[in-house]
Write a protein that binds this ligand. Structure first.
Ligand code: AMP
Ligand code: MG
Length: 417
Protein backbone atom coordinates (compact mmCIF):
# COMPACT_ATOMS: atom_id res chain seq x y z
CA UNK A 1 0.00 0.00 0.00
CA UNK A 2 1.11 3.57 -0.64
CA UNK A 3 -0.30 6.97 0.16
CA UNK A 4 2.02 8.96 -2.08
CA UNK A 5 0.39 11.90 -3.86
CA UNK A 6 -0.39 11.37 -7.50
CA UNK A 7 1.52 13.81 -9.62
CA UNK A 8 0.14 14.74 -12.99
CA UNK A 9 2.73 14.55 -15.71
CA UNK A 10 1.16 15.96 -18.81
CA UNK A 11 -1.88 18.18 -18.34
CA UNK A 12 -3.40 19.80 -21.39
CA UNK A 13 -2.17 23.30 -22.24
CA UNK A 14 -4.36 25.99 -20.65
CA UNK A 15 -5.43 23.69 -17.84
CA UNK A 16 -3.98 23.93 -14.34
CA UNK A 17 -2.55 20.58 -13.18
CA UNK A 18 -4.50 19.18 -10.23
CA UNK A 19 -1.47 19.10 -7.90
CA UNK A 20 -0.68 22.70 -8.79
CA UNK A 21 -4.25 23.80 -8.03
CA UNK A 22 -4.02 22.05 -4.67
CA UNK A 23 -0.68 23.68 -3.85
CA UNK A 24 -1.89 27.15 -4.90
CA UNK A 25 -4.98 26.76 -2.78
CA UNK A 26 -3.26 25.42 0.34
CA UNK A 27 -0.69 28.22 0.16
CA UNK A 28 -3.50 30.74 0.69
CA UNK A 29 -5.05 28.99 3.70
CA UNK A 30 -4.28 30.29 7.18
CA UNK A 31 -5.05 27.86 10.01
CA UNK A 32 -7.37 29.01 12.78
CA UNK A 33 -5.59 29.44 16.12
CA UNK A 34 -8.51 30.07 18.53
CA UNK A 35 -8.78 27.32 21.14
CA UNK A 36 -11.60 26.04 23.34
CA UNK A 37 -11.26 23.90 26.46
CA UNK A 38 -14.23 21.53 26.39
CA UNK A 39 -15.57 18.30 27.88
CA UNK A 40 -14.28 15.21 26.03
CA UNK A 41 -17.89 14.13 25.43
CA UNK A 42 -18.21 17.09 23.04
CA UNK A 43 -15.05 16.40 21.05
CA UNK A 44 -15.99 13.76 18.43
CA UNK A 45 -14.33 14.84 15.14
CA UNK A 46 -12.86 17.97 16.75
CA UNK A 47 -9.16 18.77 16.28
CA UNK A 48 -6.75 18.66 19.22
CA UNK A 49 -5.00 21.93 19.98
CA UNK A 50 -2.50 20.30 22.35
CA UNK A 51 -0.46 17.13 22.65
CA UNK A 52 -1.99 14.62 25.05
CA UNK A 53 0.39 12.82 27.41
CA UNK A 54 -0.97 10.17 29.76
CA UNK A 55 -1.33 11.45 33.33
CA UNK A 56 -1.79 7.88 34.63
CA UNK A 57 -0.91 4.25 34.10
CA UNK A 58 -3.58 2.27 32.27
CA UNK A 59 -4.43 -0.06 33.90
CA UNK A 60 -3.54 1.70 37.15
CA UNK A 61 -2.66 -1.54 39.01
CA UNK A 62 -1.66 -5.13 38.24
CA UNK A 63 -4.93 -7.02 37.86
CA UNK A 64 -6.33 -10.39 36.93
CA UNK A 65 -7.22 -11.27 33.32
CA UNK A 66 -9.37 -14.21 34.52
CA UNK A 67 -11.91 -15.29 37.10
CA UNK A 68 -9.94 -17.73 39.28
CA UNK A 69 -7.36 -17.89 42.05
CA UNK A 70 -4.33 -15.65 42.63
CA UNK A 71 -1.12 -17.16 43.99
CA UNK A 72 2.62 -16.67 44.28
CA UNK A 73 3.83 -19.00 41.51
CA UNK A 74 6.45 -20.39 43.95
CA UNK A 75 3.63 -21.71 46.23
CA UNK A 76 2.78 -24.37 43.67
CA UNK A 77 5.09 -27.36 43.18
CA UNK A 78 4.60 -30.68 41.43
CA UNK A 79 4.47 -32.23 44.95
CA UNK A 80 1.94 -29.74 46.35
CA UNK A 81 -0.83 -28.28 44.25
CA UNK A 82 -3.32 -27.65 47.11
CA UNK A 83 -3.40 -24.22 48.75
CA UNK A 84 -5.47 -22.56 51.51
CA UNK A 85 -8.05 -20.00 50.43
CA UNK A 86 -7.62 -16.93 52.67
CA UNK A 87 -9.52 -14.08 50.99
CA UNK A 88 -11.20 -12.49 48.00
CA UNK A 89 -10.24 -9.72 45.56
CA UNK A 90 -13.14 -8.33 43.55
CA UNK A 91 -13.11 -5.61 40.87
CA UNK A 92 -13.39 -2.41 42.93
CA UNK A 93 -12.99 -4.28 46.27
CA UNK A 94 -9.39 -5.49 46.51
CA UNK A 95 -7.95 -7.90 49.11
CA UNK A 96 -6.21 -5.71 51.67
CA UNK A 97 -3.99 -8.29 53.41
CA UNK A 98 -0.88 -10.11 52.25
CA UNK A 99 -1.11 -13.58 50.69
CA UNK A 100 1.56 -15.87 52.17
CA UNK A 101 3.27 -18.94 50.69
CA UNK A 102 0.85 -21.88 50.61
CA UNK A 103 -2.15 -19.56 50.38
CA UNK A 104 -4.35 -18.35 47.53
CA UNK A 105 -6.97 -15.65 46.98
CA UNK A 106 -10.26 -15.88 45.08
CA UNK A 107 -9.97 -13.26 42.32
CA UNK A 108 -12.26 -11.92 39.59
CA UNK A 109 -11.36 -10.39 36.20
CA UNK A 110 -10.11 -6.81 36.60
CA UNK A 111 -9.60 -7.16 40.37
CA UNK A 112 -6.35 -5.83 41.82
CA UNK A 113 -3.65 -8.47 42.33
CA UNK A 114 -3.26 -9.06 46.08
CA UNK A 115 0.09 -8.38 47.78
CA UNK A 116 2.15 -11.58 47.70
CA UNK A 117 0.53 -12.86 44.46
CA UNK A 118 2.06 -12.76 40.99
CA UNK A 119 0.01 -15.29 38.99
CA UNK A 120 -3.58 -16.39 38.40
CA UNK A 121 -5.10 -19.76 37.57
CA UNK A 122 -8.50 -19.79 35.89
CA UNK A 123 -11.29 -21.31 37.96
CA UNK A 124 -11.93 -24.05 35.37
CA UNK A 125 -8.51 -25.53 36.31
CA UNK A 126 -9.14 -25.56 40.08
CA UNK A 127 -11.01 -27.96 42.33
CA UNK A 128 -12.70 -26.41 45.33
CA UNK A 129 -13.15 -28.32 48.56
CA UNK A 130 -14.25 -25.82 51.20
CA UNK A 131 -11.16 -23.68 51.91
CA UNK A 132 -8.82 -26.07 50.08
CA UNK A 133 -8.14 -25.20 46.42
CA UNK A 134 -6.35 -27.79 44.29
CA UNK A 135 -4.69 -26.46 41.16
CA UNK A 136 -4.39 -28.64 38.05
CA UNK A 137 -0.79 -27.56 37.38
CA UNK A 138 2.04 -25.32 38.51
CA UNK A 139 1.87 -21.73 37.21
CA UNK A 140 4.33 -19.65 35.25
CA UNK A 141 5.26 -16.37 37.00
CA UNK A 142 2.89 -13.63 35.75
CA UNK A 143 0.30 -16.00 34.24
CA UNK A 144 -3.04 -14.29 33.48
CA UNK A 145 -1.90 -11.02 35.05
CA UNK A 146 -2.39 -7.67 33.30
CA UNK A 147 0.40 -5.35 34.36
CA UNK A 148 -0.03 -1.75 35.49
CA UNK A 149 0.68 0.58 32.56
CA UNK A 150 0.73 -2.24 29.98
CA UNK A 151 -1.84 -0.40 27.82
CA UNK A 152 -0.45 3.11 28.37
CA UNK A 153 2.32 4.12 30.75
CA UNK A 154 2.25 7.36 32.72
CA UNK A 155 3.97 10.14 30.71
CA UNK A 156 3.55 8.30 27.39
CA UNK A 157 2.50 10.51 24.40
CA UNK A 158 -0.98 9.44 23.34
CA UNK A 159 -2.20 11.95 20.73
CA UNK A 160 -0.46 14.82 19.01
CA UNK A 161 -1.72 18.30 18.27
CA UNK A 162 -3.77 18.38 15.08
CA UNK A 163 -5.20 14.90 15.64
CA UNK A 164 -8.91 14.54 14.87
CA UNK A 165 -10.76 12.79 17.70
CA UNK A 166 -12.43 9.51 16.68
CA UNK A 167 -15.07 7.49 18.52
CA UNK A 168 -12.32 5.17 19.82
CA UNK A 169 -10.29 8.16 21.02
CA UNK A 170 -13.19 9.27 23.23
CA UNK A 171 -12.77 5.98 25.10
CA UNK A 172 -8.97 6.39 25.20
CA UNK A 173 -9.24 9.87 26.69
CA UNK A 174 -11.78 8.66 29.25
CA UNK A 175 -9.51 5.72 30.17
CA UNK A 176 -6.82 8.26 31.01
CA UNK A 177 -9.22 10.10 33.33
CA UNK A 178 -9.10 13.21 31.12
CA UNK A 179 -12.27 15.26 31.50
CA UNK A 180 -11.56 18.36 29.37
CA UNK A 181 -9.20 18.97 26.48
CA UNK A 182 -8.15 21.87 24.30
CA UNK A 183 -9.47 21.78 20.75
CA UNK A 184 -9.40 24.19 17.82
CA UNK A 185 -12.57 26.28 17.65
CA UNK A 186 -15.25 25.13 15.24
CA UNK A 187 -15.11 26.49 11.71
CA UNK A 188 -18.22 28.08 10.26
CA UNK A 189 -18.91 27.42 6.61
CA UNK A 190 -21.68 29.04 4.58
CA UNK A 191 -23.31 26.92 1.87
CA UNK A 192 -24.94 28.48 -1.17
CA UNK A 193 -26.57 26.73 -4.13
CA UNK A 194 -27.18 28.88 -7.18
CA UNK A 195 -29.64 28.17 -9.95
CA UNK A 196 -33.19 29.11 -11.00
CA UNK A 197 -33.88 25.46 -11.79
CA UNK A 198 -33.17 24.20 -8.27
CA UNK A 199 -35.89 23.19 -5.82
CA UNK A 200 -35.49 21.84 -2.31
CA UNK A 201 -36.75 18.29 -1.66
CA UNK A 202 -40.42 18.60 -0.65
CA UNK A 203 -41.12 21.39 -3.13
CA UNK A 204 -43.05 20.86 -6.35
CA UNK A 205 -40.93 20.68 -9.50
CA UNK A 206 -42.08 22.96 -12.30
CA UNK A 207 -41.16 22.15 -15.87
CA UNK A 208 -37.38 22.28 -16.23
CA UNK A 209 -36.70 22.18 -12.49
CA UNK A 210 -34.51 19.66 -10.65
CA UNK A 211 -34.00 18.88 -7.00
CA UNK A 212 -31.03 20.51 -5.33
CA UNK A 213 -28.52 17.89 -4.19
CA UNK A 214 -25.09 19.51 -3.94
CA UNK A 215 -25.62 21.38 -0.67
CA UNK A 216 -26.91 18.17 0.92
CA UNK A 217 -23.80 16.07 0.34
CA UNK A 218 -21.46 18.99 0.99
CA UNK A 219 -23.20 19.49 4.30
CA UNK A 220 -22.69 15.75 5.02
CA UNK A 221 -18.95 16.09 4.33
CA UNK A 222 -18.69 19.19 6.51
CA UNK A 223 -20.59 17.56 9.37
CA UNK A 224 -17.98 14.79 9.41
CA UNK A 225 -15.35 17.49 9.88
CA UNK A 226 -17.43 18.89 12.75
CA UNK A 227 -17.92 22.17 10.92
CA UNK A 228 -20.83 24.45 11.73
CA UNK A 229 -22.93 24.96 8.61
CA UNK A 230 -24.69 28.19 7.79
CA UNK A 231 -27.17 27.15 5.14
CA UNK A 232 -28.14 29.87 2.68
CA UNK A 233 -30.26 27.42 0.69
CA UNK A 234 -31.02 28.04 -2.97
CA UNK A 235 -30.29 31.44 -4.44
CA UNK A 236 -31.80 32.31 -7.81
CA UNK A 237 -29.69 33.40 -10.77
CA UNK A 238 -30.29 37.01 -9.88
CA UNK A 239 -27.36 39.35 -9.54
CA UNK A 240 -28.48 41.21 -6.43
CA UNK A 241 -29.69 38.02 -4.69
CA UNK A 242 -26.30 36.41 -5.31
CA UNK A 243 -24.49 39.55 -4.19
CA UNK A 244 -26.52 39.76 -0.97
CA UNK A 245 -26.02 36.09 -0.18
CA UNK A 246 -22.24 36.21 -0.77
CA UNK A 247 -21.84 39.41 1.27
CA UNK A 248 -23.79 38.01 4.20
CA UNK A 249 -22.06 34.65 3.99
CA UNK A 250 -18.67 36.37 4.05
CA UNK A 251 -19.63 38.28 7.19
CA UNK A 252 -20.81 35.19 9.05
CA UNK A 253 -18.46 32.40 7.99
CA UNK A 254 -14.78 31.41 7.85
CA UNK A 255 -15.36 29.90 4.43
CA UNK A 256 -18.06 30.12 1.80
CA UNK A 257 -18.84 27.21 -0.51
CA UNK A 258 -21.13 27.79 -3.44
CA UNK A 259 -22.02 25.44 -6.24
CA UNK A 260 -23.15 26.23 -9.74
CA UNK A 261 -22.47 29.26 -11.87
CA UNK A 262 -18.68 28.93 -12.17
CA UNK A 263 -18.71 27.84 -15.78
CA UNK A 264 -19.56 30.33 -18.49
CA UNK A 265 -23.31 30.59 -18.99
CA UNK A 266 -25.75 33.42 -19.68
CA UNK A 267 -27.39 33.33 -16.26
CA UNK A 268 -24.21 32.87 -14.24
CA UNK A 269 -23.63 36.01 -12.24
CA UNK A 270 -21.33 34.35 -9.75
CA UNK A 271 -18.16 35.45 -11.54
CA UNK A 272 -19.25 39.03 -11.87
CA UNK A 273 -20.33 39.35 -8.26
CA UNK A 274 -17.20 37.65 -6.90
CA UNK A 275 -14.93 39.87 -8.98
CA UNK A 276 -16.47 42.91 -7.28
CA UNK A 277 -16.26 41.41 -3.77
CA UNK A 278 -12.83 39.79 -3.52
CA UNK A 279 -9.81 38.19 -5.05
CA UNK A 280 -11.12 35.06 -6.71
CA UNK A 281 -9.37 32.96 -9.35
CA UNK A 282 -11.40 30.94 -11.80
CA UNK A 283 -9.42 27.86 -12.61
CA UNK A 284 -9.79 25.33 -15.34
CA UNK A 285 -8.27 22.39 -13.51
CA UNK A 286 -6.91 19.44 -15.46
CA UNK A 287 -9.21 17.07 -13.60
CA UNK A 288 -12.28 15.08 -14.50
CA UNK A 289 -14.89 15.47 -13.18
CA UNK A 290 -14.64 19.05 -12.01
CA UNK A 291 -12.85 21.29 -14.49
CA UNK A 292 -14.30 24.70 -13.50
CA UNK A 293 -13.40 25.59 -9.92
CA UNK A 294 -13.15 29.00 -8.30
CA UNK A 295 -11.02 29.73 -5.28
CA UNK A 296 -9.83 32.83 -3.49
CA UNK A 297 -10.42 35.33 -0.72
CA UNK A 298 -13.43 37.42 0.14
CA UNK A 299 -12.90 40.26 2.66
CA UNK A 300 -13.40 37.97 5.72
CA UNK A 301 -13.46 34.42 4.43
CA UNK A 302 -12.09 32.03 1.84
CA UNK A 303 -14.27 31.12 -1.09
CA UNK A 304 -14.73 27.82 -2.91
CA UNK A 305 -16.83 27.91 -6.07
CA UNK A 306 -17.71 24.37 -7.05
CA UNK A 307 -19.08 23.31 -10.41
CA UNK A 308 -22.84 22.74 -10.54
CA UNK A 309 -22.86 19.20 -11.89
CA UNK A 310 -23.32 17.00 -8.83
CA UNK A 311 -20.45 14.55 -9.42
CA UNK A 312 -18.08 17.43 -10.21
CA UNK A 313 -19.26 19.29 -7.12
CA UNK A 314 -18.78 16.24 -4.93
CA UNK A 315 -15.35 15.29 -6.26
CA UNK A 316 -14.02 18.87 -6.07
CA UNK A 317 -15.52 19.30 -2.58
CA UNK A 318 -13.87 16.08 -1.44
CA UNK A 319 -10.56 16.33 -3.29
CA UNK A 320 -9.92 20.09 -3.07
CA UNK A 321 -12.14 21.91 -0.56
CA UNK A 322 -11.77 19.30 2.19
CA UNK A 323 -7.95 19.37 2.39
CA UNK A 324 -8.14 23.18 2.51
CA UNK A 325 -10.72 23.16 5.31
CA UNK A 326 -8.67 20.56 7.19
CA UNK A 327 -5.65 22.88 6.99
CA UNK A 328 -7.84 25.74 8.20
CA UNK A 329 -8.85 23.60 11.18
CA UNK A 330 -5.13 23.25 11.99
CA UNK A 331 -5.61 19.49 11.65
CA UNK A 332 -3.17 16.89 10.38
CA UNK A 333 -3.58 16.48 6.62
CA UNK A 334 -5.93 13.77 5.32
CA UNK A 335 -3.92 10.68 4.31
CA UNK A 336 -5.39 9.23 1.16
CA UNK A 337 -4.72 5.53 0.78
CA UNK A 338 -4.03 4.21 -2.71
CA UNK A 339 -3.42 0.67 -3.93
CA UNK A 340 -2.71 -0.85 -7.33
CA UNK A 341 -5.23 -3.43 -8.52
CA UNK A 342 -6.47 -4.97 -11.74
CA UNK A 343 -9.27 -3.20 -13.55
CA UNK A 344 -12.12 -5.62 -14.25
CA UNK A 345 -13.37 -3.43 -17.14
CA UNK A 346 -12.19 -1.44 -20.10
CA UNK A 347 -12.11 2.22 -19.01
CA UNK A 348 -12.58 5.17 -21.33
CA UNK A 349 -10.06 7.95 -20.83
CA UNK A 350 -8.35 10.56 -22.97
CA UNK A 351 -4.98 11.98 -21.97
CA UNK A 352 -4.73 15.51 -20.54
CA UNK A 353 -6.69 15.48 -17.26
CA UNK A 354 -6.42 13.42 -14.08
CA UNK A 355 -9.58 11.36 -13.90
CA UNK A 356 -11.33 10.36 -10.69
CA UNK A 357 -13.52 7.55 -12.02
CA UNK A 358 -15.76 5.76 -9.56
CA UNK A 359 -15.26 2.09 -8.79
CA UNK A 360 -16.12 -0.77 -6.50
CA UNK A 361 -13.15 -2.63 -5.04
CA UNK A 362 -14.08 -6.30 -4.75
CA UNK A 363 -12.61 -9.78 -4.60
CA UNK A 364 -13.48 -11.75 -7.75
CA UNK A 365 -14.27 -15.47 -8.00
CA UNK A 366 -10.56 -16.26 -8.47
CA UNK A 367 -9.83 -14.55 -5.13
CA UNK A 368 -8.11 -11.57 -6.79
CA UNK A 369 -8.76 -8.02 -5.60
CA UNK A 370 -10.08 -6.11 -8.62
CA UNK A 371 -11.87 -2.86 -9.24
CA UNK A 372 -15.13 -2.68 -11.18
CA UNK A 373 -16.25 0.56 -12.76
CA UNK A 374 -19.64 1.82 -11.53
CA UNK A 375 -20.64 2.33 -15.16
CA UNK A 376 -21.55 5.61 -16.78
CA UNK A 377 -19.18 8.28 -15.50
CA UNK A 378 -21.05 11.43 -16.61
CA UNK A 379 -20.67 14.38 -14.25
CA UNK A 380 -24.41 14.43 -13.61
CA UNK A 381 -24.61 10.72 -12.66
CA UNK A 382 -24.61 10.93 -8.87
CA UNK A 383 -25.43 7.24 -8.55
CA UNK A 384 -21.96 6.51 -10.04
CA UNK A 385 -20.44 7.73 -6.77
CA UNK A 386 -23.20 6.53 -4.45
CA UNK A 387 -22.51 2.93 -5.57
CA UNK A 388 -18.72 3.30 -5.37
CA UNK A 389 -16.28 2.59 -2.56
CA UNK A 390 -13.21 4.02 -4.28
CA UNK A 391 -11.91 6.29 -7.01
CA UNK A 392 -10.04 4.78 -9.92
CA UNK A 393 -7.42 7.50 -10.30
CA UNK A 394 -6.06 7.74 -13.83
CA UNK A 395 -3.13 10.14 -14.21
CA UNK A 396 -3.39 13.03 -16.66
CA UNK A 397 -0.97 11.46 -19.16
CA UNK A 398 -2.73 8.11 -19.18
CA UNK A 399 -5.05 7.04 -21.97
CA UNK A 400 -7.76 4.38 -21.97
CA UNK A 401 -7.40 1.25 -19.89
CA UNK A 402 -8.01 -2.34 -21.05
CA UNK A 403 -9.60 -4.87 -18.70
CA UNK A 404 -6.88 -6.71 -16.78
CA UNK A 405 -4.48 -3.74 -16.65
CA UNK A 406 -3.30 -2.48 -13.28
CA UNK A 407 -4.79 0.83 -12.10
CA UNK A 408 -4.43 3.02 -9.02
CA UNK A 409 -7.38 2.98 -6.69
CA UNK A 410 -7.94 5.52 -3.91
CA UNK A 411 -10.12 4.12 -1.14
CA UNK A 412 -13.00 6.33 -0.03
CA UNK A 413 -12.13 7.83 3.33
CA UNK A 414 -14.45 8.29 6.29
CA UNK A 415 -15.76 11.59 4.91
CA UNK A 416 -17.43 9.96 1.90
CA UNK A 417 -18.96 7.06 3.80
P1 AMP B 1 -24.05 25.37 -13.62
O1 AMP B 1 -22.64 25.17 -13.22
O2 AMP B 1 -24.77 26.33 -12.74
O3 AMP B 1 -24.16 25.73 -15.06
O4 AMP B 1 -24.76 23.97 -13.44
C1 AMP B 1 -24.33 22.83 -14.15
C2 AMP B 1 -25.35 21.71 -13.99
O5 AMP B 1 -25.43 21.32 -12.63
C3 AMP B 1 -26.75 22.07 -14.38
O6 AMP B 1 -27.35 20.94 -15.00
C4 AMP B 1 -27.43 22.38 -13.08
O7 AMP B 1 -28.83 22.18 -13.11
C5 AMP B 1 -26.76 21.40 -12.14
N1 AMP B 1 -26.73 21.92 -10.77
C6 AMP B 1 -26.26 23.13 -10.39
N2 AMP B 1 -26.36 23.28 -9.07
C7 AMP B 1 -26.92 22.15 -8.59
C8 AMP B 1 -27.28 21.69 -7.29
N3 AMP B 1 -27.07 22.45 -6.21
N4 AMP B 1 -27.82 20.46 -7.16
C9 AMP B 1 -28.01 19.67 -8.24
N5 AMP B 1 -27.68 20.04 -9.50
C10 AMP B 1 -27.15 21.27 -9.68
MG1 MG C 1 -26.48 27.38 -12.76
Amino acid sequence: MTDKPLVDCCSSPGLLPFEQAMANMLALITPVTDIENIAITETLNRVLAEDVVSPVNVPPHHNSAMDGYAVAATSLTEQNLTLNLVGRSMAGAPFTGVCQQGQCIRIMTGAKMPKGCDSVEMQENCQVDGEKITFAQIKKYGAHVRNAGEDIAIGQPVFSKGHRITAVDLGMLASLGIENIKVVRKLKVALISTGDELKAPGQVLNEGDIYESNAHFISGLLTKLNIEIIDFGIINDDKSAIENAFKQADELADAVISSGGVSVGDADYTKEVLASLGQIDFWKIAMKPGKPFAFGKLPNSVFFGLPGNPVSALVTAHQLALPALVKMQNAQAIKRVTIKVKSANDLKKSAGRIDFQRGVLTVNEQGETVVNSTGSQGSGILSSIAKANCYIVLAACQGKVAAGEMVTVELFDQYLQ
